[in-house]
Design a binder for this molecule. Sequence first.
Ligand code: N7H
Length: 465
Amino acid sequence: PLNIDNIQADILVGMHKDKELFFFFSINNPVTFKSKLKSDILPLITTTREILAVDTQPVTAAVNIAFSSPGLVNLGVDSNTIGDPDFVAGQFSETGTIGDDPSLWNSAFAGTKVHGVFLLASDTVDNINTELANIQSILGSSITEIHRLQGAARPGSESGHEHFGFMDGISQPAVNGFTNPVLPGQPQVNAGIFLLGEQDDPSQGSRPPWAIDGSFLVFRQLQQLVPEFNQFLTDHPLDTDTLTPEQGSELLGARMVGRWKSGAPIFLSPTADDPELAADPTRNNDFNYIIESAPDPPAENHFNQTRCPFSAHIRKSHPRADVDPSVEHPHLIIRSSIPYGPEVTDAEAASSTTSVDRGLAFVSYQSNVFNGFVFLQNFWINSVTFPFGKVDDTIGVDPIIGSLGGGPKNISGLDPAVPCPDGNDCLGQRDVSHDVVVPRDFVVSRGGEYFFAPSLSGINDIALA
Ligand code: N7H
């Protein structure tokens, strides 16, 4: 079994609080920092076991910590020995690979200035600020703030939904020996896909002791242009023969994501939202994109996008039976994101123009930065031909987070009107008039960094390095 007293809370279960602060810092005085890390910070770090039961959760705020590669080097730890070239290179050096425009990055993330991040989670911002003040008084001038991002669940009935309005945090992989119960539709994998040194870690056996049971934390500040996104949906309602314009716009949004705003998967409920399905954890993730009712399901599965576009965000990022489990499992990630920024103002809605920054503080955990985030973003999300082997030569990038340098994205399957009404083989005959052109990116990366979230014993080792 996993040592859940040694694994930081956010990795396997998340902090599950309505407010979460990401506090990015650099380390000025490694000697003082390491001494305080061992004596005063380590006792504050929230473990997986503590977060699981309400009565063991910290009174003020849950605290997790993670270090960038330059941060580890600054502390006297040779980050090369961890065996992850992408982590060592840092996210800023990979903007070309992951499709980011570095000129749009927040200057805090541009370069290698950020040495570490504190994740502070609680029910109130006041509690978070109290804990932050405590940490700052412990560490004093041994650290300098580089950037902070205050995350918050959206208010009222939008709680749990990201800023475009869609329920988030539904589908997560199940970790063998930890996740209980396993829900229908969850892929079941060994802990080493997420935790270093555990079974199925691609570098299991060659990790240094301080890295065991840690995980790479990929952080991304992803701005969302919500009024612009809404205007686009309003301007391009689908299926206007049978639906009202509002319903047609809702359908387009749902097909871009792969779920209705409630969270109901469009593959199971293709024509209208189904809030009951959305609310049922035994059904809301139980699908694999195979059209069982078809006379020849494998063949039909290769051209029929009526139930779910090949490009839908959740299909691009977790293609289920579109690829073999042996191919897909190494690329699973655990997500622990939270929205940031306020609700859309009346003035923004009226002008369809963003003037206040809002978006998603994206967090994913994986045991290998390339296999996880980088692979997903580069080879699946930003690829116009993935899922491969479909009878459609221009599937298009992920309409939510795929990018072709910020410009228009031609996406074939968003309109459920069957591209090839006669069925079997539509290669070369696809009616491009059905393509929906997404004119611009509605999610804009403001940068991020690759971090390593050590185990508690690993933090102790780092403090003694
Ligand atoms: Fe996504 N969205 O609101 O459209 N995502 N995501 N994501 N995402 C998911 O199933 C969203 C981002 C994944 O197992 C849902 O939990 C937005 C990045 C994966 O079926 C919704 C942003 C990456 C899944 C969103 C964003 C991923 C997933 C459905 C950025 C990886 C699970 C809720 C602002 C590189 C898929 C759920 C599965 C689900 C949205 C970013 C990956 C609603 C707005 C950067 C693997």
